[in-house]
Design a protein around this ligand. Structure first.
Ligand SMILES: [Fe+2]
Ligand SMILES: [Fe+2]
Length: 137
């Protein structure tokens, strides 16, 4: 089973809103993995998964806005990665509603987005995630 990095100062990008969203995404990912391990009820699992999907959707939109404002040169690739993860999250949520917890899909969300994307792709763009005066919060 994949594991997640614990929230720590090294994961900070220096933007309060983005950092808070990343921290909450990691917590939800951990909760979802925990529920799968415990074989908890599908209803519980689905609630957490839906929260994860909602937050991911909002987070990607917010982060893309910040990156665009700061003229991040890799914005297009970054957006493409976000879109691919959203598709995956949507699919895993759908499987959840069909009472088939998609363990492999959830592992991909955890290892590819919450782990790889957040610790590598986002970190490479750290310089472009700062708040501009008049924005953020
Ligand atoms: Fe992010
Ligand atoms: Fe990102």
């Amino acid at each position: 089973m994949s594991s997640l990095p614990k929230w720590n100062p090294e994961l900070c990008v220096g933007n309060r809103q983005i950092d808070d969203q990343h921290r909450r995404l990691l917590l939800l990912g951990e909760q979802a993995l925990g529920l799968l391990k415990e074989n908890s009820s599908m209803a519980q699992f689905h609630v957490v998964l839906n929260d994860l999907a909602d937050l991911a959707r909002k987070h990607f939109a917010d982060e893309e806005q910040v990156l665009a404002r700061n003229h991040c040169p890799t914005l297009d690739e970054h957006k493409a990665e976000h879109a691919a993860y959203l598709e995956l999250v949507t699919e895993v949520c759908y499987q959840g509603t069909q009472n088939h917890p998609d363990r492999a899909g959830l592992e991909r969300i955890v290892s590819e987005y919450l782990n790889h994307h957040l610790t590598e792709t986002d970190m490479k763009c750290k310089a472009f995630m700062k708040d501009k005066p008049g924005f953020g919060g």
